[in-house]
Write a new protein. Structure first.
Length: 308
């Protein structure tokens, strides 16, 4: 009887583990899909240089302010503990990357280039995160890892130069800066998630930023009426890109395993490009798709290289 009970418990445990892995993978895909829409929706909210809508600064600070107010309610409703000691410093570093750096720089960039262009250049984000993580943790990546990192950078610089008729544009520098900011924010946020739950991390980051983001959002609010589609884009990046997406992504990593689930992030550039076609009326060409495929392949290969 005890043997049968033991086997039943083992089967139940295996089933639960498999179920968690599947749920984690699905949540990871959902998170990546929500993040993939960020660039097209940011351009929809801000418009272009020729046809501006919401100011990029308002989109960046306003989305964080909306998500910050929602985070206050979430932390109060769940009875989350307050951060302690060095955790405040990591929260500030995370905020600098994912609340201020990435939204503002990418928002300024997509006013100057289309979302398809931005998706290819920012496609090196997973590899950049791995590089910064390795440096921050004083790890020793293999030669293959560094080769992939340099190849990824070379591909996006080459693509940007090709799209810029032989030279880099200001928008490309802004996008690469945004990638560095987001990567640093992801790494410090991951360190925080060892002590706080993933949901608490993003919520505390947003609440800590509120004294800056809320007045800045009010100060940079649009002086004139804008299209309803711009407000729809703003609503999306406020609710999903800045808040709900992190819930799904971090929960997926926790359930399915960071190594396994993080692999789906390589799909993000393609999903961004595909979304830009119906949302913004942008066009895809074979060369752009080829560059995106090459970046994704390099990122996927780099994430499989050993890091000691």
């Amino acid at each position: 009887m005890s043997g049968t009970s033991s086997r039943s418990s083992t089967v139940a445990l295996s089933t639960t583990s498999a179920s968690d892995a599947t749920r984690g993978l699905l949540l990871g895909v959902a998170g990546v899909a929500m993040f993939a829409l960020s660039l097209p929706m940011t351009r929809l909210a801000g418009g272009s240089v020729e046809a501006p809508q919401l100011p990029p600064a308002f989109v960046a600070f306003g989305r964080a302010a909306v998500a910050g107010l929602l985070s206050m309610a979430y932390l109060w409703a769940t009875g989350a503990r307050r951060p302690r000691g060095h955790e405040w410093g990591l929260l500030a570093l995370t905020a600098g990357g994912v609340v201020f750096g990435w939204p503002l720089l990418s928002g300024l960039a997509v006013r100057r280039v289309d979302a398809v262009h931005a998706a290819v250049v920012s496609g090196v984000l997973p590899l950049a995160t791995a590089v910064i993580g390795a440096l921050a943790l004083r790890q020793r990546p293999s030669l293959g890892f560094w080769a992939c990192a340099l190849a990824g950078l070379g591909l996006v610089v080459g693509f940007a130069a090709w799209r810029g008729a032989g030279g880099l544009e200001l928008a490309d520098g802004l996008l690469l800066g945004a990638v560095v900011c987001a990567s640093a924010g992801y790494v410090s946020g991951a360190r925080l998630s060892r002590a706080l739950t993933a949901e608490q991390v993003i919520c505390w980051v947003l609440v800590l930023s509120l004294p800056a983001t809320l007045p800045l959002a009010l100060w940079t609010r649009p002086p004139a009426p804008v299209a309803a589609s711009a407000w729809a884009g703003f609503a999306y990046v406020s609710l999903f890109s800045m808040w709900i997406g992190f819930f799904a992504w971090y929960r997926g990593l926790a359930l399915g395993g960071t190594l396994r689930v993080s692999q789906v992030q390589v799909l993000q550039p393609f999903l961004s490009m595909l979304a830009a076609v119906p949302l913004l009326g942008e066009r895809l060409d074979l060369t752009t798709v080829a560059f995106a495929a090459a970046v994704i392949a390099v990122v996927w290969l780099g994430k499989r290289q050993p890091v000691n």
